[in-house]
Design a binder for this molecule. Structure first.
Ligand code: HSE
Length: 293
């Protein structure tokens, strides 16, 4: 049996739209077994129990690339990453499927080769890169080929996610963005992302808070997230210096340097109309892992 463990991820991190990503300590585990003659998927809601399942589709895509045919396959899922909340659940499915096929077919693909396949499936690298390599990553795409680099991130930093009980659609969250941006807004983001990377490395929360500001996407997307302003206000009032929309939302992510913050915001957050789960997370530094038993 092949067991693949993949981390959640938060993309963009303020000004790094479609570029930065960070792996977090929340995991999906997918087990793959070649058995019988059917495709059996267990551990997920009934609606995902078919060949449109993204883990299966990514497995099948990789198998086809490898020139392998799938006879019987059982996929068992044990998932912690919430779906459509801006925490990289689709990248986790894709990386799970690609790693699963590589291991089941003993194909010996390198991590970099699996990164290329996973990005081909997903279409953009900002969640795939941290999910595969772990830690803090920055990616570019040139002539349709993705390249990614890892940055250091201080181990003083912790992440407090506010995950609401509603979803947002990434398609809608991209449609709402402007087609053109002002030159000064581009400079605003470029300068901040450059400073942000060093500030994350040294764990300077004051500088991180300043450098997280962005003019390309968050203001537009905030309008799609119910109670976004209220949650931000509670977090800032209770001590957060650094808050951003995780990926395309709706999760809001705080960067903190203490264990008390989650406790402090509990009362304020519990009074809101929607239910917001408060989740303390750390950086995952390893990325996707495979065990073969
Ligand atoms: N960078 C992407 C976005 C992440 O913000 O739309 C979500 O896939």
């Amino acid at each position: 049996m092949v067991k693949v463990t993949v981390p959640a991820s938060t993309a963009n991190i303020g000004p790094g739209f479609d570029t930065l990503g960070l792996a977090l300590s929340l995991y999906n585990v997918y087990s793959f077994e070649e058995v019988g003659e059917d495709i059996v998927i267990e551990g997920c809601p009934e609606i995902y129990n078919n060949k449109d399942n993204l883990v299966y589709k990514s497995f099948a895509y990789t198998a086809e690339k490898l020139g392998k045919s799938i006879k019987g396959l059982k996929i068992t899922m044990d998932t912690q990453i919430p779906v459509s909340r801006g925490l990289g659940s689709s990248s986790a499915c894709i990386v799970g499927g690609v790693y699963g096929a590589n291991a089941i077919f003993k194909a010996g693909l390198s991590i970099d080769e699996m990164f290329l396949i996973a990005v081909e499936i997903e279409g953009h690298p900002d969640n795939i890169a941290p999910c595969i390599y772990g830690g803090l990553t920055a990616s570019i795409v040139e002539k349709e080929r993705p390249y990614c680099i890892q940055y250091s991130i201080s181990d003083k930093l912790k992440f407090c996610a506010l995950i609401p009980n509603f979803e947002t659609s990434t398609i809608e969250a991209r449609k709402i963005l402007p087609k053109k941006v002002a030159f000064s807004d581009a400079v605003f983001n470029i300068s901040r992302v450059s400073v942000l990377l060093k500030a994350l490395e040294i764990g300077d929360l004051n500088l991180i808070g300043r450098a997280l500001k962005d003019k390309l996407h968050q203001t537009y997307r905030a309008t799609l997230i119910h109670e976004c302003a209220e949650v931000s206000e509670i977090c800032c009032r209770d001590g957060s210096k650094a808050i951003f929309i995780s990926g395309s939302g709706p999760t809001l992510m705080n960067i903190v340097d203490n264990d008390e913050f989650s406790e402090k915001i509990k009362s304020g957050i519990s009074k809101l109309k929607h239910r917001w789960e408060i989740k303390e997370l750390e950086v995952d530094r390893d990325g996707a892992k495979v065990e073969i038993t």
